[in-house]
Write a protein that binds this ligand. Structure first.
Ligand SMILES: [Fe+2]
Length: 198
C-alpha cells in the first residue's frame, strides 16, 4: 500500500483518465493493506481509514457481510475503487424528471478497478452474506469530511444532506449528522437492470 501512496505522491494531481491509466497498471491482488485496515465497529455499516488527502484522497474501506453504502451522488468529485479482498457490486441509477430508476449493476472481485465518474449516482455493496469486502478508493478532489454529501433513501423516497460530523455515506448515521432531510423527494421505479462484470 505504501508503494501505491508513494507512486501517487510522485505523480501529483492527475486528470480522471490519467489516474485511471496509472491505477490500471497496478496489481491490486498483491497489496499489503492489513496494517491500514479499519476495524469494523458495527455489522450494519462500513469502516473507513483515510490514508492520505494529497494529492488525491486514498481511503481504505472495510465492508461487513451484506453491507451497502447509501445511494450517493458524486457532485464535483470523481475517482476509482479497487477491490483488495472479496467481491463487490456497483449499482448505478438515473435520476430524471423526479424519478429514480436502476441503470446497471457491475460486479467485480479482487484485483479489479471500477470507475466512479463525476455525476454518478450509485451505491457500492458487499454482496456476500459471509465474507467481508475490502476496497481502496482514490478520489479527487479529496473530501476531508462528508459535509454536503447527498444520499438517497430509495425505499422511503427521501434525500439527505450530511454535515461534517458524518463518518460514512449511510442512513445509519444519527439525525444530528444530517444538515437536512427532504421527504417525498422523488419516485423510485426499480426498472430493468443491465448486469455486467468489470
Ligand atoms: Fe461513490
Amino acid at each position: 500500500m505504501q508503494e501505491i501512496l508513494n507512486k501517487l505522491q510522485h505523480h501529483g494531481p492527475l486528470e480522471y483518465e490519467a489516474l485511471g491509466r496509472l491505477l490500471e497498471e497496478m496489481d491490486f491482488t498483491i497489496v499489503d493493506y492489513e496494517s491500514f485496515l479499519p476495524e469494523i465497529t458495527s455489522p450494519a455499516n462500513y469502516a473507513r481509514n483515510i490514508l492520505t488527502l494529497m494529492p488525491i484522497e486514498v481511503v481504505l474501506i472495510h465492508w461487513p457481510a451484506s453491507v451497502s453504502s447509501a445511494v450517493h451522488h458524486h457532485r464535483g468529485f470523481w475517482g476509482y475503487v479497487a477491490v483488495l479482498r472479496g467481491s463487490f457490486e456497483n449499482v448505478e441509477y438515473i435520476h430524471k424528471e423526479g424519478v429514480i430508476s436502476e441503470r446497471q449493476t457491475t460486479r467485480g472481485t479482487r484485483g479489479e478497478l471500477m470507475p466512479e465518474p463525476d455525476g454518478i449516482l450509485h451505491k457500492i455493496c458487499n454482496p456476500s452474506g459471509e465474507e467481508s469486502l475490502v476496497t481502496a478508493h482514490f478520489y479527487y478532489p479529496a473530501l476531508e469530511n462528508m459535509d454536503n454529501m447527498v444520499i438517497y433513501d430509495l425505499e422511503n423516497e427521501r434525500i439527505g444532506t450530511l454535515n461534517d460530523k458524518a463518518n460514512t455515506a449511510s442512513w445509519s448515521e444519527p439525525d444530528e449528522h444530517f444538515k437536512r432531510i427532504q421527504e417525498n423527494a422523488f419516485k423510485f421505479v426499480p426498472g430493468k437492470t443491465k448486469n455486467s462484470d468489470v
